[in-house]
Design a protein around this ligand. Structure first.
Ligand code: TXA
Ligand code: MG
Length: 324
């Protein structure tokens, strides 16, 4: 049986740093979602992350660095366009997959020759990184396959007893994970939609990018079909009322973009953004899923968002959360 830890929660960067220096696992706030952090250069700490999360070792972790000058410490053969993107979006919600240097342990990269890097844009975690002499490997702080946490309370509910400390940095602003870009023959390809829209990346580049997950990257670990799932069965539909007709007699919770579901009591439904702002919808999506999942419904029916901008990131998560 796994050893139960006493999980502390608080705002002490020093406490978080001291646990991390002892190869312990600590939840950290980022602008996207909470991460489950450990010393990226310590195999012991990295293994402790996989254990706490029950994550398969075949699924590599993102390494969080404190500044752009750290890029060349851990990555090599960096395509010039990767630097353009790093300069445009860091610190921020963009993860770059680059050829790794030898000092990055295979445990972090699941044995692949690439490493995922980003600089998080959260003042507390930036301060923490500056105090440490090593970068932080951190997947989202959810148990494998469950919904990603966007508050310290979410982390506590999911990982109490499994980790040493939760560094409370308030509610995550963006609310969905970083956008992941890989490179094929030096050309950027989009591997995961996320908090930075494809459109804004293309605006920086001046050309459009492929969503090439299949050819090279699907064979890689980590891009699972099912992910981010609540325990309650989740259905996604364009017309939630129509979808609900298949489930008469069931106790249904609804998640819609902006409009209220007529004839359904407020406690059984949540709107992601009454003013139809995709940014606000992204900020609220995981909280809505976790909240609806806690209410004991037979089924949750969620509405597809417009498939543009951040709507793509939200839809990608709804698609995976509802996959069988
Ligand atoms: O916003 C985020 O990205 C959050 C915060 C904590 O930074 N982190 C996050 O990590 O979402 P995680 O582990 O939940 O998702 C990272 C994804 C996984 O799908 C993993 O397979 C992929 O990144 N990944 C990591 N390293 C990779 C690599 N070397 N090659 C291809 N994919 C990689
Ligand atoms: Mg995750």
């Amino acid at each position: 049986m796994a050893i139960q830890k006493k999980t502390g929660v608080g705002k002490s960067i020093a406490t978080a740093a001291s646990f991390l220096m002892q190869d312990e696992v600590v939840a950290i706030p980022t602008e996207t979602v909470y991460g489950l952090a450990g010393n990226a250069l310590s195999v012991k700490a990295v293994n402790a992350i996989y254990t706490a999360k029950k994550r398969p070792h075949s699924n590599p972790l993102i390494v969080h660095i404190s500044g752009i000058e750290e890029l060349t410490k851990y990555a090599k053969n960096i395509p010039p366009v990767a630097l353009v993107l790093a300069k445009a979006f860091w610190p921020g919600s963009l993860t770059l997959i680059l050829k790794k240097k030898k000092n990055v342990p295979d445990a972090v990269t699941a044995g692949t020759d690439t490493v995922a890097l980003r600089i998080p844009n959260h003042p507390i975690t930036q301060k923490l990184l500056q105090q440490l002499s090593f970068p932080l490997a951190a997947p989202s702080a959810n148990p494998f396959n469950y919904v990603s946490p966007v508050t310290a309370n979410h982390v506590m509910a999911q990982l109490n007893g499994k980790i040493s400390y939760i560094l409370d940095g308030g509610r995550c602003k963006a609310g969905v994970e970083s956008t992941i870009i890989g490179f094929i023959k030096g050309k950027p390809v989009l591997l995961r939609h996320g908090a930075i829209t494809k459109e804004s990346i293309e605006a920086v580049l001046g050309y459009s990018i492929e969503e090439e997950v299949k050819e090279v990257f699907l064979k890689r670990p980590g891009m699972f079909k099912k992910h981010y799932s609540p325990h309650t069965k989740l259905i996604v539909a364009h017309d939630v009322m129509l979808a609900s007709e298949h489930y008469s007699g069931k106790n249904i919770g609804y998640i819609t973009f902006a409009e209220k579901v007529k004839g359904v009591v407020p406690s059984q439904q949540v709107q992601l953004s009454k003013s139809k702002k995709l940014e606000q919808a992204a900020h609220n999506i995981y909280d809505a899923l976790i909240n609806m999942d806690s209410k004991g419904f037979d089924i949750i029916i969620a509405e597809w968002l417009p498939d543009e901008g951040l709507g793509k990131a939200i839809n990608e998560r709804l698609r995976k959360a509802s996959a069988k």
